[in-house]
Design a protein around this ligand. Structure first.
Ligand SMILES: [Zn+2]
Ligand SMILES: [Zn+2]
Length: 248
């Protein structure tokens, strides 16, 4: 699997950190995880294309995680000289259907050239060659985390999540664990993990590599969060950066 960080940021506009988005590529299959505002452009900047996305997995119904889904589908429908035929799969928590019906389907209607398939998140799902697991997280009413497995490798993305045992179980032995690291420990808020909590999760899950993401701006340098996480986790820790690529 090949992972590209499209957005390591949050709802706060930033020239360095776009809102949440990640691309996982495996055997020609392309999976988008979250699609916050700006993701469509970030895909282009990363050398990928919205035209090739097979599926998108939404972690929860906060706009920094899904706002570019409408522009993405709009582009797939109306880009000149482009005719998509394969299905476009959306996997999202139950509550997302209401938004989809009211704010996407009501505008775009039903495409006649390809199908948009909205799937409600299950505990286990198949997406091309990738096995996907999910668990509910402590963040919002409908928030979930995802684990993507293929060829004996695993990438886990917590989405927005507070520290809890479910995240640790989902991340067990993960090759890459990407966590919500919204704030350094001194600014911890409920519903998001601090840097130290990210380190605790990675250590307790025996993850191989920890990537700190969903970074809200703070008064202290972002790199200090690596130092905080390292108090608990002695494996590899990196800050997520937009357009960073990790190959497994
Ligand atoms: Zn968020
Ligand atoms: Zn959120």
């Amino acid at each position: 699997m090949k992972l590209t960080v499209l957005g390591s940021g949050t709802c706060v506009p930033s020239l360095q950190r776009n809102a949440s988005g990640y691309l996982i590529k495996e055997s020609g299959h392309q999976i988008l995880v979250d699609c916050g505002s700006g993701t469509l452009l970030q895909l282009e900047k990363s050398g990928n294309s919205y035209k090739d996305v097979d599926a998108v997995f939404i972690t929860h119904s906060h706009p920094d995680h899904f706002a570019d889904l409408l522009p993405l589908l709009h582009a797939l429908l109306y880009a000149p000289n482009f005719h998509r035929e394969k299905d476009f799969q959306i996997f999202a928590p139950h509550a997302f259907r209401k938004y989809y019906d009211q704010a996407i389907a009501s505008i775009l209607g039903t495409p006649d050239r390809f199908r948009i398939v909205l799937n409600e998140v299950q505990q286990t799902m198949n997406c091309g060659p990738v096995l996907v697991r999910s668990i509910k997280t402590v963040h919002s009413a409908d928030s979930v985390a995802y684990r993507f497995e293929c060829g004996g490798k695993a990438i886990v993305l917590t989405g927005d999540a507070d520290y809890d045992q479910g995240i640790i179980a989902l991340a067990s032995g993960a090759d890459i664990l990407i966590t919500d690291c919204s704030f350094p420990d001194a600014l911890k808020v409920p519903g998001h993990m601090s840097a130290k909590e990210c380190g605790r999760v990675a250590a307790q899950a025996h993850a191989k590599q920890l990537i700190l993401s969903h970074l809200y701006p703070a008064d202290t340098p972002d790199i200090d969060r690596v130092t905080e996480a390292a108090e608990y986790f002695n494996g590899s820790i990196r800050l997520a950066e937009d357009l960073m690529v990790i190959e497994l």
